[in-house]
Design a protein around this ligand. Sequence first.
Ligand SMILES: [Cu+2]
Length: 653
Amino acid sequence: MKIRILLINCFFIAALAFMVSCGQAGEKNGNGALGTSIAEKVYVAPGERDEQYGFLSGGYSGNLTVYGLPSGRLFKEIPVFSQFPTSGYGYSEETKPMLNTSFGFIPWDDLHHPDISQTNGELDGRWIFANGNNTPRIARISLSTFETEEIIEVPNSAGNHSSSFITENTEYVVAGTRFSVPVPQKDMPIKEYKSNFKGALTFIAVEPEHGHMDIKFQLLMPGFNYDLSHPGRGKSHGWFFFSTYNTEEASTLLEVNASQNDKDFIAAVNWKKIEEFVNNGGGTKMPANYAHNVYDESTHTAKSTMKTEVLTVNPSDVPGAIYFLPTPKSPHGCDVDPSGQYIIGAGKLSANITVHSFDKMLAAIEAEKFDGDAYGIPIINYDDVLAGSVQSGGLGPLHTEFDGRGNAYTTFFISSEVVKWKLGTWEVVDRKPTYYSVGHLMIPGGNSRKPHGKYLVAMNKITKDRYLPTGPEMEHSAQIYDISGEKMELLYDFPTHGEPHYAAGCNAELLVENSKKIYRIDENNHPYGIKSPADARVERDGNEVHIYMSTIRSHFTPDNIEGIKVGDKVYFHITNHEQDFDVPHGFSMIGQGTSEILIMPGQTKTSLWEPKRVGVWPFYCTDFCSALHQEMQGYVRVSPAGSNIELAWSLDE
Ligand SMILES: [Cu+2]
């Protein structure tokens, strides 16, 4: 019996070896990672680092995710518009004000398009901006701390979609409305949408030194839907381009009713001209109500201020500043090539890609050759602005990025592919399938004068059959392609969070050097921070108790607190006294109606606890910080509301 099994096993092993070797020989001639050196191109060996950072929007997660390229390894999730239990963002007292809006505390949004700050049209790696669609907001995230530093709400806007793209010296970040709405908002019949609703295109000035944002002006455009936008660059610097759909101004069943016109428009906005008009006292101040939230790195605390006014500009008050470029058919993506000459409009119901010429646009304006107007805004003749059309052979073009070598890459949602074509000749030179239904794509630096044309990341909406199933829901998927050669090569797949839209990427060396490793204790100006564990104490102010607490491996100071009463509001102000890279401590309290918090070295964070029951309740460190992390704990004694137990605290008593 044993011999028979052995023989059978030998036979199977021999057969298997034969099949495997056949398979490998076959693969060598075909595609697939094992047949070529593709795997090596994304393999980052243990201890080695990726070449580039990729920042992918998290869509309805409200967050931004940081990946390494080419490995596709997830490094961090940066909370922006959503509360995030992993770090306590939006739960700690210091960060709650970041999520304040004119509608109150809104701990969620739909983050779509990140864009890295630029100087002279090149990525400078200082900040990354991102938009919240739902409750219109623009955020600025520091690329030294990888934390959200500022959020400004955008009034008179809805569905903040053609955002947050920036001009080539980060003069402005724009926030274009997707939905037109009554401005100011009022109670009116929806049927009267046409000619009564307005589309606000908001230009937010960015202060050059600290990046602080301030709404400079809002253009009140006709009531179309403003979909995507990109800044002019090089020769077209000073202009901004916005794609529109629903120039029909339909208010119902847009799926049908917004597809009636053969062409919608790309709106070309000369923002320098409007800026000049505004600087000379032009525009109308309008009452508004919007939040401006700023995080101060010295006090580790955010402050929310409500603003009450916004400067609006009626396009007809600045003649010569805005033109419409007719673009077939319900254009979605609106992209500008690295030279600033070509404005690419991808009609999502079109098979071809429309390319407008900036020079031809200027010539038509000069010659005043217009094909009528829309609400007083001149429409340039389609043929007078058209540079060319890419006969793509694909279906559903959406977005275009560039490699800096004269090539453009456009995603096709319906035919699920990336198509590479040549700027100027419009000829298709390559096409590769995506798996499946690709939306945005990103080439690091692709939205600048100097793309790093080595990798392309496609962000796909549907993942089915690419990964192990995880129930009805699967994460979306990114795919990385090598675009350094004439033909694109698919290298790797990796799952993404939420519904990723646009992404931004840059070379790692741009950020690594300025990356913050600790917060210096001597620069900690948090009003409740303490410079040393010797300053730890507990103070009562009515029913508020403030605990000035220190953490250092592997204990809290104090670790035992008595004299807390039911009904108190207990603020744990915790300073992490470590001055060593990557040693956060956590804090969590039993029965706390909020998230734990994570405190970085040298940082102070505050967690609020409202004890509801008498007893002795433990707290502990949530982040594994040392071999004795498990011993990092303490107790709070809670007495009845009226009790006269004195406040007391101790360590090692
Ligand atoms: Cu710890």
